[in-house]
Design a protein around this ligand. Structure first.
Ligand code: SF4
Ligand code: SF4
Length: 348
């Protein structure tokens, strides 16, 4: 769902509500089958490589998309705060003046202005995602709550998942693991599958890459494992590791994670997925007037991903659970003479 549609379609919620930044339909990467993924806004980590920078702040944000702008100046005219300026470089936003009233987004003829972040009421959101239930039924799919960090809005998330379970829908939660432990008791009873990010085991390296130590993340993951050993929900646990150049893309980092999984979650992880770095999010940083340290970083090679996956398979986990996914580039030697340098998409 387009962000402006999300913004306009939301009626003022009367009951419990949540701050979301996107509802993505027909997703095949956030759990089994065809899924509708609901992205909660606000995150407790700030990973240097974050692919969804609009997810970090818990508040709405104004985006300007240069590629859509036709330079008509309507937004500058309608802004009641005189917060916009049309320059030779495009629209400049004075974020100190902007009150996020949404007038510019409502009047822009080319949807170049967007308010990212909308409050959704529980009934409206359940109704919205259930429009896709025919896809869920045919593909053994369902609904995934992602973010941002969805467990930072645990009371709403719990009620949302509970309502979906009452409708017979498979539920998944995609989490970075950094949230107060009490949230688990609210959310897990209504969760079929947890997709859990484990980015790094060394706490100091984790702090350097994400802004926070991983102690809470590992504690919460142990709690999930203990529940599963007791036969209570979730029924299934997937681990996901972002493989990032100059950060987590080392055999030592991957083996450290595998050793921890082998020691603390024996037999409990159905899938450990290594997710290759991608550089498709650069324009999202531009829309937020932010620089991205990875903007010139090329994709990893397929050889690198296969080497790291092999290290993972020998780290103490069930080797059959290890997979890798994402776009890769051809190594320089193999690119010689090749006219199509497009990245290779793999799921192995
Ligand atoms: S959201 Fe409102 S205040 Fe902010 S730039 Fe747009 S029109 Fe101006
Ligand atoms: S109203 Fe939209 S298209 Fe016109 S200048 Fe503003 S952002 Fe660009």
């Amino acid at each position: 769902m387009h962000a402006n549609d999300l913004h306009r379609s939301s009626r003022k919620p009367t009951g419990p509500d949540a701050m979301l930044f996107e509802i993505q339909r027909l997703s095949t990467e956030d759990g089994p089958g065809i899924r509708t993924t609901v992205f909660f806004k606000g995150c407790s980590l700030a990973c240097a490589w974050c692919h969804n920078p609009e997810s970090i702040s818990a508040r709405p944000q104004l985006h300007w998309l240069a590629s859509r702008c036709i330079g008509c100046g309507t937004c500058c005219t309608v802004c009641p705060e005189s917060a916009l300026d049309l320059t030779a470089e495009g629209i400049v936003i004075d974020r100190g003046r902007c009150t996020l009233c949404g007038e510019c987004a409502a009047e822009c003829p080319s949807t170049a202005m967007e308010i990212i972040g909308t409050r959704w009421g529980l009934d409206d959101l359940v109704r919205e995602v259930l429009k896709d239930r025919a896809y869920f039924a045919r593909s053994n799919g369902g609904v995934t709550a992602s973010g941002g960090e969805p467990l930072l809005q645990a009371p709403f998330l719990s009620a949302f998942l509970k309502a979906l379970k009452q409708e017979g829908v498979h539920t998944a939660v995609d989490t970075c693991g950094c949230f107060p432990a009490a949230a688990l008791a609210d959310v897990l009873p209504h969760t079929d599958l947890v997709l859990y990010d484990l980015k790094e085991i060394d706490p100091e390296r984790h702090r350097r890459f994400t802004g926070r130590s991983n102690e809470q993340i590992l504690d919460n993951l142990r709690t999930i494992g203990t529940r599963m050993e007791s036969g209570v929900s979730p029924q299934e646990l997937w681990i996901r590791t972002p493989v990032i150049p100059d950060a987590t893309a080392t055999a030592a980092s991957i083996v450290g994670i595998g050793q921890w999984i082998g020691a603390h979650l024996p037999g409990l992880v159905a899938r450990w997925e290594l997710c290759a770095f991608n550089n498709l999010c650069q324009d999202k940083y531009q829309r937020l007037d932010r620089d991205w340290p990875y903007k010139h970083q090329p994709l990893l090679t397929q050889d690198t991903m296969e080497r790291l996956a092999d290290a993972a398979r020998h780290s103490g986990v069930d080797p059959d659970t290890v997979h890798w996914s994402g776009n890769t580039r051809m190594p320089a030697a193999k690119q010689h003479g090749r006219t199509d340098p497009s990245p290779q998409m793999s799921t192995a």
